[in-house]
Ligand binder design. Structure first.
Ligand code: PAF
Length: 283
């Protein structure tokens, strides 16, 4: 596996592959890799002949009171993991490569509407930071396809919207959420959980299943959301939201079709967990 730090070298390598008619996949990450990331890589490899993965802890997607400084940097372990899992190029840009004019006066992406709800309402500016860095990465890597996890459902929708709106010639591939046997969705943040919290955290997936079943049974979403909220609070969570939305994250009143998604974001101690469950209602 090659390790590349500069844009020129990266583009030359990707252009060379494309000249050979090889399809290039891309998996962006912020490092601290776990099996969930390696599953994204696996999916990219199954759809593309060559795969680039980036490691960059993006400062512009963290709010002032969030854990940017505390975010675990495990670069050597991550590079070894990428190499072991068949990545062809690890792209490791510095902050100067990513934001050459610094992060005070930088060009930003803003995806309207969808970035102000759910996690966007609780983490103002977060999705602008994500969209900004993903747009830069698409421009640097110039992949044919990029893989994002369904676990970050709202992020996936933001990136799909931006890719379409900006005519980026990149196919967005959505990867299923990888869960531990207990049902806990894999996440870098799980490592912050104590043993007791890990057990309590299972209530997130159980509550999503309750929301799905109640929605399919025809119970009103207001009632379900209220019950979900109370269930999580009773277990000690500080709940940001527990909502059922249309597939595109629009309100149910305006939903077209039968695809729905239940979404939860809730803090357990200092750890903010997010998860979601997609399902179909019977019309
Ligand atoms: O999902 C992530 O790890 C990040 O939000 C991403 C897409 C790599 C952008 O920094």
């Amino acid at each position: 596996m090659l390790q590349i730090h500069e844009i020129t070298a990266l583009r030359a390598q990707v252009a060379d592959w494309k000249h050979q008619g090889l399809r290039v996949g891309f998996v962006p990450t912020m490092g601290n890799l776990h099996d969930g990331h390696f599953a994204l890589l696996e999916l990219a490899k199954s759809r593309c002949e060559r795969v680039v993965s980036s490691i960059f802890v993006n400062p512009t997607q963290f709010g002032p009171n969030e854990d940017y400084a505390r975010y675990p940097r495990t670069e050597q372990r991550d590079i070894d993991g990428l190499a072991r899992n068949g990545c062809d190029v690890a792209f490791l840009p510095s902050a100067d490569v990513m934001y050459p004019f610094g992060i005070k006066n930088y060009v930003q992406m803003h995806v309207p509407g969808i970035t102000d709800i759910l996690c966007g309402a609780h983490r103002p500016g977060h999705f602008n930071g994500v969209a900004t860095v993903v747009a830069r990465l698409f421009n640097m890597v110039q992949p044919d396809a990029a893989v994002f996890g369904r676990k970050d459902y709202q992020q996936l929708q933001v990136i799909r919207y931006m890719t379409r709106e900006m005519s980026f010639p990149v196919e967005i591939i959505a990867a299923p959420t990888l869960r531990e046997a207990s049902g806990l969705a894999m996440s870098s943040r799980n490592q912050y959980l104590s043993d007791d919290e890990r057990i309590t955290a299972l209530e997130v997936f159980r509550t999503l299943q309750f929301m799905r079943d109640a929605c399919i049974a025809g119970i009103s979403s207001d009632h379900i959301e209220q019950q979900a909220f109370e269930r999580l609070e009773a277990k000690g969570f500080e709940v940001d939201y527990a909502e059922i939305r249309a597939e595109d994250l629009g309100r149910l009143a305006r939903a077209r079709g039968n695809a729905r998604v239940a979404l939860i974001a809730a803090k357990l101690g200092r750890t903010r967990l997010i998860d979601n469950l997609e399902f179909e209602i019977i019309s």
